[in-house]
Structure formats: C-alpha cells, structure tokens
Design a protein around this ligand. Structure first.
Ligand code: ZN
Ligand code: ZN
Length: 334
C-alpha cells in the first residue's frame, strides 16, 4: 500500500498522517454520521475486548463460591491466562511488525525500530527486554492482583452490584460507557503522574520509550500499574455487575497496546489495512505534555488545552504553551 496517499514522510523517514485527529463527532456538533461513528466505536476494538471478556467469564473465572476465598490456586491461574493472552496478542503484533517487519516502515510514525537502538535508560540497555520484563514481572502481576481483589469483593457482597435480570438496560448502558469511564480515569491519573515529583519517581519509566512499540504498553512503575488497573474498582462503588467490571479491566489491559503500536495502519491484505488509532498516544510519547487522555470520546485534553491533533497549528499552540510555562517557572524561581 502507498502510505504517501494518506500522509507525508519527513527527511528522517518519519511518517505522519495528513488527516488531523478528531474528537468524537457529537462534541463538534456533528450528528449526521453518528451511526457510522457508533459502528466504529463497536468494531473492531470493543468487539474484540467483548469476545475476550466472554472467554474469561465462561472459561477462566472459577465459581463464585471459590472466589469468596483468595487462594494461590485461582490467582495463579488468572496470572497464567493474563500473561498468555498478552504474550499472544502483543507478541503477534511485535512478531509480525517489529521482528519480521512485514510492512517495513510503511505507516510507521518513527522510522527507527527500538531493537536497533541501545540506550542506558533501559535494563540491559535494550528497550524490548526492559519493556517485556516490566510487563510480565510488574504490570501483569498487578493487573491480576486487582482482578482477584475486585472479584473477591463481588463474591463476598462488598459492592453495590445490581441484579442483571432487573437492571439489564442500565447495565447495557454502563457497558457502552466503559470506554468513557476509562478515558476519564486514565486522563486523571495520567495527568497527575505527569506532575513533579511524581513524574520523576513514577511515570518517567513509561516515558523512557520515546519510540513506543507493543511491549512499551505495560512498561510501568508498580504505582502506575496499580492506578491504571485500579480502574476496575469503580464498579464496586457504582451500581454495576461483575461482568461489566471484568469488561472494564479486560479492555483496559488488552487495549493498552492500542496507543503503542507505532504504525497508523496495519496492512493485512491488498485492500485491508485497519486504522490502529495509535497516533493520539504516539504524540504523547513524542511531546510528553499533550494528549493525556485517549481518542477524544470525552475530550478532556481539548477542554484543558492539551489536545494535539497532529497539525502545524496544534504544534504552534503547544510550543506557545511550553514557552508560557517556562516563563512562569522562571518567574517563580526569581
Ligand atoms: Zn504510553
Ligand atoms: Zn505520560
């Protein structure tokens, strides 16, 4: 596929889409294409996460009586499934697009591949080894811990769970709103850990990967992993149900890869190249203090002036904001 039909490539070989990023249409007063937007909302990401959640629900979770007591038995089983799932999904993207490099640098934002660059900031000076170790040794255990704790709380009635038979309509709405809950939760914790000294202590680990790849998605400090996966606990406070809580967690965990794919489209056939939706978060890794949230379903970045849509104008606005911040800090120091 000719990626220059969809974007431009600079002298260094870095590719950028020509179409600016857009927040959800209803915030821009556009209601005509809502049906199409809604289909894109469901397919493919959220449908895949739903399929994964159903697989967990029917084939992985033990009986509720078992989950009333926390034990290594089911906790380790959940860890094995979580680690296996991430290995398969993240590993497949890594294998095809970063190891075998099936589409070269077509649609790739940063022309370089992490494996070709060594840096002292990483364990063993290697981004892939560092990121993969942090994923399997830190983030997946914490994901599993949150999962076990919340399921245990549901099993023992420490929640505001409602009956799915009676409240099916509300639970369906809540299920559809889980990406919005994710976006608000993620924006808040993410903005917070960008403030000093939290950034230095915690979040700088994730930002060591300026050129993110699939393994960067969960390469986090344990405090960040806890806050990130802790999103599931909202469903103990809300009138919710265990399945909705599980969907929230599953889509957060498997969805973390989305912003770190590094390619704008993944070529899967002659005329099939789905959008990755990675550009919003790629710009965050490139510029740090923009796009704290997601795709603009709840456009908090737009409202707080930190939205970067990839255009030159957004670039100028960002530079102006950075200049004002520098001046403010300089004034405070005198
Ligand atoms: Zn990231
Ligand atoms: Zn960040």
């Amino acid at each position: 596929m000719d990626d220059l039909k969809y974007g431009t490539r600079d002298k260094r070989g870095n590719w950028a889409p020509s179409k600016p990023l857009e927040i959800a249409p209803f915030w821009r007063g556009q209601f005509r294409n809502l049906g199409q937007w809604f289909l894109g909302y469901l397919w493919p990401h959220n449908t895949i996460f739903m399929a994964v959640t159903l697989a967990y629900w029917y084939f992985v979770l033990p009986d509720w009586a078992v989950m009333q007591t926390i034990s290594w038995d089911w906790a380790l089983r959940l860890y094995a499934v979580n680690a296996g799932g991430v290995f398969l999904l993240y590993g497949a993207v890594e294998f095809f697009f970063y190891i075998r490099r099936v589409q070269g640098t077509r649609f790739k934002y940063n022309a370089k591949f992490p494996a070709d660059q060594r840096s002292d900031v990483f364990w063993f000076k290697n981004q892939n080894i560092d990121n993969a170790l942090r994923t399997f040794l830190v983030s997946i255990p914490i994901w599993t811990l949150v999962e076990v704790a919340v399921l245990w709380a549901f099993a023992n009635g420490y929640s505001n769970a409602v009956d799915p038979g009676t409240h099916w309509l509300w639970l369906t709405i809540l299920l559809l709103l889980t990406p919005a809950i994710h976006e608000v939760h993620f924006f808040c914790i993410h903005w917070l850990i960008h403030q000093q000294p939290l950034y230095r202590w915690i979040h700088s680990i994730h930002h060591n990967s300026i050129n993110p790849s699939p393994w960067s998605s969960m390469s986090m400090h344990p405090v960040e992993s806890t806050a990130f996966f802790g999103e599931m606990a909202w469903h103990l406070l809300l009138p919710s149900a265990p399945f909705v809580a599980l969907y929230q967690l599953t889509s957060t965990a498997y969805g973390a890869i989305v912003g770190h794919i590094g390619f704008d489209k993944l070529e899967m056939g002659e005329n099939l190249a789905p959008d990755s939706h990675a550009y919003t978060h790629y710009l965050h890794h490139k510029y740090f203090e923009v796009n704290y949230g997601g795709d603009g379903l709840i456009p908090l970045d737009k409202w707080f002036g930190t939205w970067h849509d990839g255009t030159k104008e957004a670039d100028e606005q960002m530079k102006e904001r950075f200049r004002r911040k520098k001046e403010r800090l300089a004034k405070q120091a005198t």
